[in-house]
Design a protein around this ligand. Structure first.
Ligand code: MOS
Length: 739
């Protein structure tokens, strides 16, 4: 199905199943520990051996020799595959660093060998007996140093946000020089780790020249093609299966070393091999969100109208890596006639920087929305009103393009009212609650909406069961549930009549999960397949498909009512289709909007920061399932709180690695860090986005929340820290005397 005209009325609009806060149908498996994750697929292949990955202990250079004799003699060891005996392998989709093969080391903990044994413990013990000789090279590890002289580059997050090295509208410098009120500040954001619960893991088994990988991957279509290329086998000989993914956040968009090494080792040993990246390996072996140095300049008239806005960001990466696209939202969020956005990319020999939940916008809004808060203060304006004053209904870089739907103002107003913003004391450092300095902050949320072609197959069986098959993944987001809701709505059955099977490369290729495009795109693909199945049902029953009504488990036409299953009485009916998106998103800008409001307490003596209250209001098209959508948004808010207050991969700038490479050193919020969270969705449908009229929310929730926390901390203390994360050491010596 081609989607190139705005959606009209369709069966989804009935909202009998879609739009309901249905519990996740996979929830019972997750909560009872019976959902099999990749490493636990004990039943899929007999005689699984365990691989343990050895990472390089230098950041850059060459491997001269790998001594495996002692390890090979260790108990239980079945074999060792080393990078020196493997030619450098091709890279897959979005990989900047090479994953394995050859003697070149590009980053610390790059895989140099996999040791395979009968048990995990034996493999691990033997791995410590492998000795590797290196010839190290000097590397570049310090962004602050390398940023000077970094060249402007265009770039893309691989998930939507991107742009040219420099983009201009009007005369920024002239307008900024003329502006009566100006701000020019520099901010930094830290390297961050995805820290998903389930480590990267794969079981691989060969059958002749065919290989199956039971793995944990967000994008089966990409992974399928990538593994064929990396392993040098035809695509039809590779199968990926990833029905449950314990979080990805962008770290599993692409193939990583676990999959490659499991496949290589299984081939070498002629036996199924399972490989998980151990937690201490993940930070440096896989990818991370790159740190940024950002500069924002805003010029406004005295009444708070922005006349000039510039946002520049510098990040670092390995050669062939992309910049962190932190300026993306600044092209679209606020009006202003004179504009400049620019990205620079420094060469760093740290592990590869790549997409992490809302790449671009997440660190970009952490900065832009603090700058907006600072500017509002300079103007003596309320920060909510300042944002409303500078709202735009058209793309500021190309005013012929309206937004398909944009209710940022609605989010801001409802959020302010619900949160009790009017009661906030705008003067910082004034509100006390016992030992706590109390502050209130807010920020706008923005993330672009992407749509990706997505396919599905739907089958009707004689008992009236509807089975959906698509290679779409559920990375903890609720894909199983919203896909079941979509099929139930389309076929007029209850949810318990629908079976959803995901994550298998044998199924039709979907959008996959990333860039908050998954929910809308994949359900639109299921919609398309269901439209075809409805036609097949009507035809089988001799009904004009235009007249057929699918409801209550029946197909009705005129006075006739037939149980749906009857259409398949003589044999199952199956239909497959792919939704393909035309250029509607070029004609109108599709984005999602929100507003975050946060209350914090800062300990007057220790500067410990506690978030006390959080509210998000989102406008993101039709909400397919308010319960799973809320879970996505509150998860994003938690992650944004982590970015604001604690998450930072600490760079060893001498040896070139992230030093805090486990969950003891890399802190993420725990339950006790997060207070009551409230999420409100504005009632919105966007017929430009898809037949579902939905958009993404999975990343909107993280966008802006870090700045709302930071602005609340400023309001509490009067101390403006522009370097994330806002750890207490950055406040202690500046805490107000009065405190
Ligand atoms: Mo994307 S960074 O996989 O949500």
């Amino acid at each position: 199905m081609k989607f190139d005209q705005p959606a009209g009325q369709n069966p989804i609009d009935q909202l009998k199943v879609v739009g309901k806060p249905t519990d996740r149908i996979d929830g019972k498996y997750k909560t009872t520990g019976t959902a099999p994750y990749a490493y636990e697929r004990h039943d899929v292949a007999a005689n699984q051996a365990y691989g343990y990955v050895l990472g390089a202990s230098i950041a850059k250079g060459r491997v001269r020799a790998i001594h495996t004799e002692d390890a090979k003699r260790a108990p239980g060891v079945l074999g060792i595959v080393t990078t020196l005996e493997t030619p450098r392998l091709e890279r897959g989709m979005m990989n900047a660093a090479y994953l394995f093969g050859g003697d070149q080391i590009q980053h610390y903990h790059q895989a140099v060998a996999v040791v395979v044994a009968e048990t995990f413990e034996q493999a691990r013990a033997a791995a410590f007996l492998v000795a590797v000789d290196y010839t190290p090279d000097a590397g570049k590890f310090d962004l602050a140093v390398e940023a000077k002289g970094a060249p402007p580059v265009p770039g893309d997050s691989g998930e939507g946000s991107g742009g040219d090295g420099e983009e201009r509208v009007g005369d920024f410098e002239g307008a900024f020089a003329q502006a009566p009120v100006t701000l020019d500040e520099r901010y930094t954001t830290a390297d961050e780790s995805h820290a998903m619960m389930e480590p990267h893991a794969t079981i691989a088994a060969w059958d002749g020249d065919k290989v199956t990988l039971w793995t944990s991957n967000q994008m089966i279509g990409w992974g399928h093609g990538s593994l064929a290329k990396i392993l040098g086998v035809p695509k039809e000989n590779v199968r990926l299966d990833s029905p449950y993914v314990g979080g990805g956040f962008g770290g599993k968009l692409f193939v990583r070393a676990d999959a490659v090494l499991a496949a290589l080792a299984a081939k070498a040993l002629k036996r199924p091999v399972k490989v998980a990246l151990t937690r201490p390996l993940i930070a440096n072996n896989t990818t991370h969100r790159p740190a940024t140095i950002q500069r924002v300049r805003i010029g406004a008239t005295k009444d708070g109208t922005i006349t000039a806005i510039a946002h520049e960001s510098t990040s670092g990466n390995l050669p062939d890596g992309d910049p962190e696209t932190a300026v993306s939202q600044t092209k679209l969020l606020y009006a202003g006639a004179n504009r400049l956005t620019a990205m620079k990319l420094a060469h760093l020999d740290l592990p590869e920087g790549n997409a992490m939940r809302a790449p671009g916008e997440a660190p970009g809004l952490m900065v832009l929305e603090v700058a907006m808060d600072e500017m509002a203060e300079k103007l003596g304006m309320d920060p909510v009103e300042f944002r409303i004053r500078n709202d735009t209904q058209v793309d500021p870089q190309d005013p012929k393009r309206p937004f398909s739907k944009r209710d940022l103002v609605g989010c801001l107003r409802l959020g302010a009212e619900t949160f009790g913003w009017a009661k906030r004391n705008p003067r910082p450092g004034q509100v006390r609650d016992g030992q706590w300095l109390v502050g209130h902050g807010m920020a706008a949320a923005f993330r672009n909406n992407m749509v990706l072609k997505s396919g599905a197959r739907v089958r009707l069986d004689g008992d009236g069961t509807v089975t959906v098959e698509t290679d779409m993944t559920d990375i903890g987001t609720g894909s199983y549930t919203i896909i079941a809701q979509t099929a139930a709505e389309m076929m007029g059955v209850t949810l318990d009549r629908v079976v959803v099977r995901l994550g298998d490369s044998a199924f039709p290729v979907s959008s996959g999960s990333g860039g908050q495009f998954g929910a809308n795109s994949s359900t639109a693909g299921v919609y398309a397949a269901c439209v075809k199945l409805r036609e097949a049902v009507a035809q089988r029953l001799g009904i004009n498909s235009e007249d057929a009504v699918f409801a209550d488990g029946q197909v009705r036409a005129g006075n006739r009512a037939v149980p749906l299953g009857e259409a398949a009485a003589q044999g199952a009916l199956s239909a497959e289709d792919t939704i393909e998106f035309g250029d509607l998103s070029k004609k109108q800008q599709q984005s999602t909007f929100g507003a975050h409001f946060v209350e914090v307490g800062v300990d007057a003596d220790t500067a410990e920061i506690r978030v006390r209250r959080m509210l998000a209001v989102c406008a993101a098209g039709r909400i397919l399932n308010p319960k799973s959508a809320r879970s996505q948004v509150i998860g994003g808010m938690v992650m944004g709180t982590g970015a604001a207050l604690m998450e930072e991969l600490a760079v060893d700038t001498k040896r070139g690695f992230f030093a805090n490479h486990d969950l003891a050193g890399y802190e993420v919020p725990v339950h006790a860090d997060i207070p009551h969270q409230e999420v409100i969705f504005l009632d919105e449908v966007d017929p430009m986005s898809s037949p579902m009229k939905a958009k993404g929310v999975g990343e909107l929730g993280i966008c802006g929340v870090g700045a709302a926390v930071a602005n609340a901390v400023y309001n509490a203390t009067g101390i403006r820290v522009r370097d994330y994360p806002l750890t207490l050491d950055k406040f202690l010596d500046r805490l107000p005397e009065a405190a």
